[in-house]
Design a protein around this ligand. Sequence first.
Ligand code: CDP
Ligand code: CDP
Length: 234
Amino acid sequence: RSRLPIIAIDGPAGAGKSTVARQVAQKLGLLYLDTGAMYRAITWLALQQGIDPQDQVAMAELMPTCQIQLSSLENDTESPNPWPTRVWVNQQEVTQAIRSEVVTKQVSAVAAQPIVRETLLKQQQQYGEKGGIVMEGRDIGTHVFPQAELKVFLTASVHERARRRQLDLKAQNQPPVDLEALERAIYERDRQDSSRQVAPLQKAPDAVEVQTDGLSIAAVIAKIVSLYQARLAG
Ligand code: CDP
Ligand code: CDP
């Protein structure tokens, strides 16, 4: 093998990808990349500039002007994977801003644009070119790194994912949102991500599906680490 191993973690919104991927990376001494943060960063910039995410021409012009930096890729041995991943767009920190409700609502439309996907795909492949990374998103196992040593498809029911999101909001002292509204928002984002033409959310045929309803974060991490060790040994 000419590079270090890659772990690809894909799945729908709120399945636990970011939480689990980061800790798996930490345990195994690998880098961690949240590719969703990149799609969110572009969405933030488009909204900032008053660009309609559906406007293909404007989005194509925007792409070369958008420079994204992620703290989790700075190879700092003291803390290889700081949490949350800090994100900058053209030197401006957008760590909090990319998690806003407006960005969350628009991100699937941005991520459906072929020019956006083409640009980010290349950047993600470059970041992972030497391997030694846990990459998390929607299309890592299917498009970004179809050769990944381990592919995990992380899922949970819509109800469970909405409940987790509700707990997240509570932990952040945000105003309470009704569980059904959260379920609808999650369902709608999954629908958009699964039905787009380019690189839709889909389980790779050779991915291991991990259903996380009723599983603790620690249990999910342990499961992925053991799958990885079995893969490398085998
Ligand atoms: O963390 P959360 O589940 O809310 O979503 P995310 O991972 O931050 O991803 C935000 C959005 O980016 C997704 O809903 C997709 O539309 C898009 N995305 C994508 O299309 N491909 C990826 N590899 C990662 C994210
Ligand atoms: O990245 P993604 O949208 O897939 O999910 P996340 O933001 O990592 O996780 C959503 C929430 O579910 C976080 O608050 C996690 O602590 C929680 N959670 C989990 O990730 N896994 C479990 N087995 C149980 C809860």
